[in-house]
Ligand binder design. Structure first.
Ligand code: KIV
Length: 288
């Protein structure tokens, strides 16, 4: 039985299992948003899929995550679940879906789990959201924290830039990490902070840290699937290692398709369905 009283799928990591990976084998997580990517990630044996509100930029073409709605995340989470029935799915609580009060935070997180079929939720912030994390945890909703650069408040943080470089902001992020852990989060994303700060956070908290642009010492790593596949026109930082240039392949395929259609090279016999000669003869007879 898991912490919600239901039977976890065999092979699927629960929030409890993920928490227990602190200091153990490193956790791999990708942000992705649809059925085919989820199926491939599950086949590849990745530990966690994040249905991130980065979908606002990656899928919807916005400049930030702010326009993303709860319905958007529910929609994408459902599709991801169909592709990865046995992978732990974390769904992002979008902008202003957990800030107003704890009741609404629980209701909204509940939708991500009941309608979106997510296993846990993620929210951004440190000390200021500790009470929300505690309320969700009390309601039996596993919460992943997210500290350092928090894209929903990028405007207030001065853009998507490295956080925690000076002593005051480094201390604040360390305090955030402790508050998030104390409030009951089972793990936390640490985004775009100096390597040494992420190392200090990882050594200070009892739950796994999952880094993005936070150096090699975190307990796990997360990237956006579209970044690491070369599918993004604009990548926000050098931390996003590109593992394949699928975007170039897609562009070449689209250009070739257009050319083939124009030249008549597509479709040929291999992509067409022949008719029995006697039926063809009858059709032609009627035409004449
Ligand atoms: O929305 C997202 O994909 C995220 C990652 C950057 C961790 O929060």
């Amino acid at each position: 039985m898991d912490e919600r009283g239901s039977q976890p799928e065999p092979g699927k990591l629960t929030a409890f299992d993920i928490r227990a990976r602190k200091g153990g084998p490193k956790l791999s997580m990708l942000s992705l948003y649809d059925f085919p990517f989820a199926r491939i990630a599950a086949e590849a044996g990745l530990d966690i899929i994040l249905v991130g509100d980065s979908l606002g930029m990656v899928i919807q073409g916005h400049d930030s995550t702010v326009p993303v709605t709860l319905d958007d995340v529910v929609y994408h989470s459902k599709a991801v679940r169909r592709g990865a029935p046995k992978t732990h799915i974390v769904a992002d609580l979008p902008f202003l879906t957990y800030h107003i009060d704890s009741g609404r935070a629980v209701e909204n997180a509940g939708r991500l789990m009941q309608e979106g079929n997510a296993d846990s939720v993620k929210l951004e912030g440190g000390e200021e959201v500790a009470e929300r994390i505690a309320a969700l945890t009390r309601a039996g909703i596993p919460v992943m924290g997210h500290i350092g650069l928090t894209p929903q408040s990028a405007g207030a943080l001065g853009g998507l830039t490295v956080q925690g470089r000076d002593i005051a902001s480094a201390r604040k992020i360390l305090a955030d990490a402790l508050a998030v852990t104390e409030a009951g989060a089972f793990a936390m994303v640490v985004e775009i902070v100096p390597t040494e700060l992420a190392e200090a956070i990882t050594a200070s908290v009892a739950v796994p840290t999952i880094g993005i642009g936070a150096g090699p010492f975190c307990d796990g790593q997360v990237l956006l699937a579209h970044d690491m596949l070369g599918l993004q026109e604009r990548i926000i930082g050098r931390f996003a290692k590109v593992y394949a240039e699928i975007g170039d392949d897609i562009r070449k395929a689209f250009v070739t398709f257009g050319n083939d259609v124009r030249s008549g090279a597509f479709p040929d016999e291999g992509q067409s369905y022949p008719m029995a000669p006697d039926v063809v003869a009858q059709i032609r007879e009627r035409q004449t």
